[in-house]
Each structure stands twice: as C-alpha cells, then as structure tokens.
Ligand binder design. Structure first.
Ligand SMILES: CC(=O)SCCNC(=O)CCNC(=O)[C@H](O)C(C)(C)COP(=O)(O)OP(=O)(O)OC[C@H]1O[C@@H](n2cnc3c(N)ncnc32)[C@H](O)[C@@H]1OP(=O)(O)O
Ligand SMILES: O=C(O)CCC(=O)C(=O)O
Length: 378
C-alpha cells in the first residue's frame, strides 16, 4: 500500500544528540529547529524532559520560537518523566515501552502482562497534560509480532494516536521491515512511525520499505546523526521517498546543504566525503569516461539533477581523467588547450595526484601547465 504523503518526524535534536559525544548548545538547537522548519519538516522530536531543567528549558525555548512543526518529547514509563512534560509547549509525547522479551525481562525485569496492564495509565497521564501520545516500541524488531499488535490495541483503546516501531539495534532488512509494518498496518488504526538505525547500513532502505507497507510517519536525523551508526538520514529519506516512490513529504530538498553544514558544525561530526546527497564528493567527477559522458548529456551519468538538492556537478582532475576533462577544467581557468596539449598534461596530472593524494587546485594546475610549457618539455 503506497501512501501519497509521509510525515517526517525529525529526531536530530533527540536521537541525533544521543550520538556519543554530541551536545548541542541552546543556540545550536534553536538554529537547527529554525532551519528544519524553514525547509518544511512538519514534526520535530526535541528532547527528553526527564533529563533535567536545562533540557526542559531548551524544549521551552524551541517551543517559544513559535515554529510550524509539531514538537514531540520523549519519555519513559515513569510518572515523574510524564510529569516533566508538563507546560513545555510540546504537542506530543513519545512514551517509550520495551517491546521485546529481551528488553522486558533483562532491562525492566517485567513481563508482557505488566506492560499491557500499566501502559494505559501513562497514556492517560500524558493525555491529561493535553499531549497527544505516541507509544514508542523500543526493540520492536525483536518483539513478538502478535504482542506488538496487542500493544497497539491497548494503546489505541487508551487514547494514543501513534505507534513507533523502533528497529533499535538496526538489525532489520527491507523485506522483513515491510512484512512487520504491513502486519501492524492490518491490525491497527493508529498512525505508524518507523524509527530505523543504520548499524547494517539499511536505515534508509528500511524506512522506505516501512512507508511502502503503510507507515504514516518516519523518524530521520540530519546527516544520519544518532546512536552508534546513526538514524535514517533526513536527506536520503526525503529524496528516496520522492524519487523512488513518488511520495511527498513537503520538505524542500534544496535546503539540505545549509542544514547539513549547520548540523555538522554543531555536532562536531563532519559529513563523510562520499555521503549521498550532502557529501562533498556526492556530485564530484574525475573518471574520464564519466566526465566526457556527463558533458555530452548530464543524464548519461546522473540519477537525478544535483540542483534538486541544492548541489552542482564538480569536475576535478586526477589519475582517471581523460583529455576532455583536462580541456574543460583548464577552460574554466581561461586557458584553451587543444587535444594534444591536454593529452600531454595527463601524465603530469597523474603524477601530481599520486604524490599529493588530492586533485590539483587552481595554483597546482597553473604550475603543471607552466612546467609543460617550459623548455624542458618542448
Ligand atoms: C533506544 C533509545 O534511544 S532510548 C532513549 C535513551 N536516551 C537516553 O538514555 C538519554 C537520556 N537519558 C538520561 O538522561 C538518563 O538516562 C535518565 C535521566 C533518563 C535516567 O537517568 P537515571 O535515573 O540515572 O537512570 P539510568 O540512565 O542509569 O538507567 C536507566 C533507567 O531507566 C529504566 N528504563 C529504561 N527504559 C525505560 C522505559 N521505557 N520505561 C521505564 N523505565 C525505563 C532502566 O530500567 C533504568 O532503571 P533501573 O535503574 O531502575 O533499572
Ligand atoms: O522508544 C522509542 O521511542 C524509540 C527509542 C529509540 O530511539 C530507539 O529505540 O532506537
């Protein structure tokens, strides 16, 4: 079943900040929230009130911005945690419940009956605070699917509106994700929110599969920040939904470079060069055949136009360059080279990259040309 629209619930400010060693300042949180709003992200998970007054103050401050996104906070099944969500300006609370036997028995030392019995009172307490409720099924991927359906039934009956399916350990693959979400979809009227982790590099694939199976909401983080290997990256999920499934999110893709740079700086976690969509290398070309093909027609070597995500193709010279690329790069410097001159430069470009391990910059290119034109090379 395909949804025409999926609601992005971005958790950069909650799970993203749980990335080991990351701690946003208040100003950074506000700047990230503003920019997520500016590109049209409709929901933000903004923190954990039980962490203390500083965290609550930051949640109030985000709420005080009066932005468009609905704000969600995260809570354990603790009366004090729920009480800490009072008057923060949040709209929703995700009440996290251990859904697997592993977590029930070895984390909380409880059993299924306890959870089914206790859950309604926490949902009721949160509803009494005027909050909408999502039930966050932690470790849902290892939970008994029948038990998840039972949890969904109790949650729905008790006034929750959403069930979060968390692949807490990032152990699912897309086919299983599809089956698990489709089964839930067939058994509950609740909104279903997919929360994926990238331990096996499948967070985006699992998120897209969940959407195909009937999930209505998905969690993302900018640059894929988050616990361990991170969460499903916002930029990949929005692009994948649009390009692969024709599903809209209302998120403006061209805003990604600035958002990515902001979160990289605030988190102290550089974006990997090869990172899809937002990495510096994601649209950089060196190989001669690719550059030649790209120049003849962009669609020869692009799956989508980089301008759609606020980026542009960049051509650099290197070990795998061909003469066409040499001519184009030098033309960019105002130097016209004929085919023979370009061919003559290729060995020098190769030698440069072999010794420097990076493409020649403008000054290097001028130097290479000068040495070619020096008497030694005539
Ligand atoms: C998979 C996820 O991302 S879940 C979100 C995890 N995020 C975080 O942990 C970040 C914020 N956490 C914190 O600041 C702190 O851990 C706090 C304030 C929440 C709690 O701190 P402390 O009271 O010192 O507890 P501590 O962190 O050592 O242990 C966690 C406690 O929560 C309990 N707990 C864990 N999940 C739940 C839950 N869903 N419902 C109720 N209790 C839970 C654990 O069993 C443990 O309690 P115990 O010591 O009685 O066994
Ligand atoms: O309990 C939840 O809401 C999910 C928490 C989470 O971040 C996870 O399980 O990875």
């Amino acid at each position: 079943m395909t949804q025409p629209f999926i609601t992005i619930n971005d958790t950069t400010l909650r799970d993203g900040e749980q990335s080991a060693g990351v701690a946003f300042s208040l100003d950074e949180k506000l700047a990230i929230a503003r920019r997520l709003d500016a590109i049209g992200v409709p929901e933000l998970e903004v923190g954990i009130p039980a962490m203390g007054e500083e965290e609550r103050a930051s949640i109030r401050a985000v709420a005080g911005l009066g932005l468009n996104p609905k704000l969600m906070v995260w809570s354990r099944m603790h009366p004090e945690d729920i009480a800490a969500c009072r008057d923060l300006g949040a709209h929703l609370v995700d009440i996290s419940v251990p859904a697997s036997e592993q977590h029930l028995a070895y984390k909380l030392k409880r059993d299924r009956q306890w959870l089914l019995r206790e859950l309604p009172k926490y949902i009721g307490a949160a509803r009494d605070l005027g909050l909408d409720v999502g039930v966050g099924c932690e470790d849902a991927s290892r939970a008994d699917p029948d038990f998840l359906c039972a949890l969904a039934e109790v949650a729905e009956r008790s006034g929750a509106r959403r069930l979060r399916f968390a692949d807490t350990l990032g152990i699912l693959e897309p086919f299983t994700t599809f089956d698990r979400i489709a089964r839930l979809r067939a058994n509950t009227g609740l909104e279903i929110e997919m929360h994926a982790h990238d331990d096996m590099g499948l967070a985006t694939a699992n998120t897209l599969a969940a959407c195909k199976a009937g999930a209505t909401h998905v969690n993302t983080t900018v640059n894929g920040l988050g616990e361990r290997a991170g969460n499903a990256p916002l930029e990949e999920v929005v692009l994948g939904l649009k390009k692969l499934h024709g599903i809209e999110t209302g998120v403006e893709l061209r805003g990604f470079p600035a958002l990515s740079a902001l979160v990289a700086s605030a988190s102290g976690r550089a974006v990997p060069w090869q990172k899809s969509v937002v990495g510096a290398g994601a649209f950089t070309h060196e190989a001669g055949i690719h550059v030649d093909g790209l120049l003849k027609h962009p669609d020869n070597y692009q799956g989508f136009d980089p301008q759609e995500v606020g980026q542009a193709h960049r051509i650099v010279l290197g070990k795998h360059s061909g003469s066409r690329a040499v001519q184009v790069v030098y033309a960019g410097l105002g130097v016209d080279l004929d085919e023979a001159q370009a061919q003559a430069l290729l060995p020098q470009v190769r030698a440069f990259v072999a010794s420097h391990k990076h493409p020649p910059e403008t000054a290097d290119l001028i130097g290479l040309l000068a040495s070619l034109r020096s008497p030694l090379h005539v």
